[in-house]
Design a protein around this ligand. Structure first.
Ligand SMILES: *Cc1c(COP(=O)(O)O)cnc(C)c1O
Length: 381
């Protein structure tokens, strides 16, 4: 089988769990399976289940989060702006505009790919109400400084932690501290529920708002569904969405959560360390850096290729059936989010970045082959 850049690691246990929901329960929507998944996620992160809400995608989780912390009301005019690194999946930007807010693309640090706070400070506007740091390649670099920055400027923090489930900062799990933290459980993330997402809010009132908002803002419908019922005399006081998770998704997610610490984390760390080991001493490439304070479970494996050699190295790998990804085309270069303010440092990093295969199903031999081929490509370039 040809090498894959990323892939879902699912099997019989996930299939059995889905079968149980379909054949035994025949309750496919949001019910007891989602309830249990939320309790297990809360226990894993060490937060109260009242502080979190699962959603049907990570993008939905980000949208619920931005909407809950934005000033004003959805659909009632401009709601302000959010500082966000340009080097991120378009989901971060779309979640902001989906709430009637405006993303302000910011530079990233070339060493880490995470938001450059000095640059962000210059881009602050009077209507800026939040900063959305993205833990690029699972790296929560600068998280303390980001919270200090936010406190100094009176901003909320919505973490795009889509890459960072299972990561720790100073021994604390990402999602166990901070303001509002969003995860993705899409097919290739550190764990998957098929598609799926999670938002954790340290403010209990906002968490409750998000729990309602994912079910069309029908007040307290989450509690009703978790006990097998529905709210038959509903009230709705704000905009809501159909963003909830289904029992089928939760059944997959629950199995995945049990495999995270035993299988997925060790495998991702081992393969990522092997890349670093096998390319050590090669001056024309560089890995992104991280802090000693952070324990990273890498979701993707970006590599910087210097001296303008990235396109040639990339093509060399592709020609030999080794998949190479692009994470990400900076959002300020996309038509919908085009901004006048240039971001030269982000564009310079983008020109060097390529993503190597990484997922727990990859073998040591696969990583060796990728590294040998990279060295070959550099020697021929
Ligand atoms: C995957 C991802 C998202 C969105 O998650 P989905 O579950 O795919 O909607 C958001 N931000 C980043 C950085 C991601 O990688």
């Amino acid at each position: 089988m040809s090498m894959r850049l990323s892939r879902s690691i699912v099997g019989q246990a996930e299939a059995d769990a889905v079968r149980r929901v379909i054949v035994e329960d025949a309750y496919l929507g949001m019910g007891s399976e989602v309830h249990r998944f939320e309790d297990e996620l809360a226990a894993y992160l060490g937060v109260d289940a009242g502080h979190l809400a699962t959603a049907n995608t990570g993008t939905a989780a980000l949208t619920l989060a931005v909407d809950a912390v934005a000033p004003g009301r959805f659909g009632q005019g401009e709601r302000g702006s959010v500082l966000v690194p340009s080097l991120t999946f378009v989901a971060s930007f779309q979640a902001i505009t989906a709430c009637g807010c405006r993303p302000i693309p910011c530079e990233v640090l070339p060493e880490t790919g995470t938001i450059d706070l000095e640059d962000a400070e210059k881009r602050l506007r009077a209507d800026t109400f939040a900063i959305m740091p993205v833990h690029y390649a699972s790296n929560p670099y600068g998280i303390d400084e980001t919270y200090e920055f936010a406190a100094r400027h009176g901003l909320r923090v919505v973490e795009d932690a889509a890459h960072a489930f299972g990561c720790r900062h100073k021994g604390k799990k990402i999602g166990s501290f901070g303001d509002v933290i969003c995860f993705s459980f899409d097919g290739i993330k550190n764990i998957t529920s098929g598609e799926g997402g999670l938002v954790v809010a340290m403010n209990a009132g906002e968490a409750a708002t998000m729990q309602d908002a994912r079910l069309l803002s029908v007040a307290r419908d989450t509690q009703a569904r978790f006990t097998g019922g529905r709210t038959w005399d509903p009230d709705v006081t704000r905009q809501g969405w159909r963003f909830h998770m289904s029992n089928i998704m939760a059944a997959i997610g629950r199995v995945q959560l049990t495999r995270l610490e035993s299988e997925f984390i060790p495998a991702r760390k081992r393969l990522s360390a092997l890349y670093r080991e096998l390319l050590a001493g090669e001056e024309r490439v560089a890995f992104l850096e991280s802090s000693q304070d952070d324990d990273i479970v890498p979701h993707i494996q970006p590599l910087r290729v210097k001296n303008g050699l990235m396109p040639r190295v990339r093509q060399y790998l592709l020609d030999r059936d080794i998949p190479v990804g692009v994470h990400y085309k900076p959002n300020h270069l996309l038509s919908y989010f085009k901004s006048e303010a240039p971001l030269p440092r982000t564009e310079a990093l983008f020109a060097e970045l390529m993503t190597l295969p990484l997922h727990p199903g990859l073998s040591t031999g696969d990583v060796e082959l990728v590294c040998v081929t990279i060295r070959e490509a550099l020697d021929k370039a």
